[in-house]
Design a protein around this ligand. Structure first.
Ligand code: DAH
Length: 345
């Protein structure tokens, strides 16, 4: 019969403590903990085996085992704190930020050239007392055509091929002119002085001068005794403020179903000063807008009695105007999203 012996807790303690000296990382510390304080470590086995020891040596064994465990646990805590501190110092050192370095400059955005130009236009008309009035991009056939005196099958519809939606009679507006109806129906019978800027859409061949989407700025003035002289004066003044005091303008007779009489306004070519060049196709003049006196049918569709009220309207393509002012030779640059183009303005 073998004598039950006290487990060698002294060497378990000494082994553990000396092994801990070699531990410098948290990974190794975890391994050390399993080996020296885990369930199958000598000290823990001694503690769990206490019950099998004879009663006379059990208290002494328990005392020694507990002392060994406490020593190892204390050493473990101390080591663990030291490693944490070391890790912290290393991260601070490695991830050091030099707060004295100059920052990276933020690249500043700016307004799109089309928007800069629109704002110039708003400004000029604001000075003449015109408010900005917004109307929908998605329109009905009724507003885009019918109420503007363009019935179904009217040949003038050929000027405005559009994109139709899947809902019958609903389309993307081909021009800002339907906004005239919105403005009149909202304001009648008050007098009106508004501009109606917005995006328009046309189903057509894309070229250097035409796109499937583009801005227009519509204008509408309605009141008593509004005459063609008011139209001419307003638009001539607009051209002077936009292109400079010395710019020459001319009005040519034209046709639009929603105005009578109708005209188009040209400005002198900015490049050749009227002598004739490639930009103006040797005409010396560049067309910038259509205009006319609001047709009586349109006035009454808007809720005004054409016997009492009269008005003028115009519609311009501001991208064309930007092209003239900035000497841009292809309208497709506008919505191409190429920063090499946009950064120039
Ligand atoms: N809506 C016309 C177009 O898109 C432009 C226009 C011409 C508007 C004459 C007008 C106007 O208000 O009076 O071609």
């Amino acid at each position: 019969m073998t004598e039950p012996v006290l487990p060698d807790l002294e060497s378990a303690r000494v082994d553990g403590l000396s092994a801990l000296i070699e531990v410098h990382t948290s990974e190794n510390l975890a391994l050390w903990k399993t080996a020296h304080l885990g369930k199958s470590s000598p000290v823990m086995l001694a503690l769990s085996g206490l019950g099998k020891l004879p009663a006379d040596i059990r208290p002494r064994a328990g005392q020694l085992a507990n002392q060994a465990r406490q020593a190892l646990e204390a050493a473990y805590e101390e080591k663990s704190a030291a490693i944490r501190q070391e890790n912290l110092l290393r991260t601070l050192e490695d991830d050091r930020v030099d707060i004295t370095l100059p920052g990276r400059p933020a690249r500043r955005g700016r307004l799109h050239p089309a928007m800069q130009n629109l704002r110039d236009i708003y400004h000029v008309f604001a000075e003449m007392g015109f408010q900005v009035f917004r109307s929908p991009d998605v329109e009905t056939d009724e507003y885009n055509f019918e109420l503007l005196n363009i019935p179904a099958h009217h040949p003038a519809r050929d000027m405005w091929q559009t994109f139709y939606t899947t809902r019958p009679g609903v389309l993307l507006r081909t021009h800002t002119s339907p906004g005239q109806i919105w403005a009149m129906r909202e304001r009648a019978p008050e007098s009106i002085r508004v501009i109606l800027p917005g995006m328009c859409y046309r189903y057509e061949q894309i070229t250097t001068r035409s796109e499937i989407q583009f801005h227009q700025v519509e204008g509408l003035m309605v009141g008593r005794n509004v005459t063609f002289a008011d139209l001419k004066g307003t638009l001539t003044d607009f051209a002077r403020r936009m292109f400079g005091d010395s710019v020459r303008t001319r009005f040519r007779p034209s046709y639009f179903p929603f105005t009578e009489p109708s005209a188009e306004m040209d400005v002198e070519c900015f490049l050749c000063g009227g002598a004739g060049c490639t930009v103006c196709k040797n005409a010396g003049w560049l067309e910038i807008l259509g205009c006319g006196m609001v047709h009586p049918v349109v006035l009454s569709n808007g809720g005004y009695d054409p016997e009492i009220f009269s008005g003028f309207a115009f519609g311009m393509g501001p991208e064309r105007i930007t092209m003239l002012r900035r000497k841009i030779d292809d309208i497709r640059y506008f919505w191409g999203n190429d920063t090499r183009f946009l950064e120039q303005f």
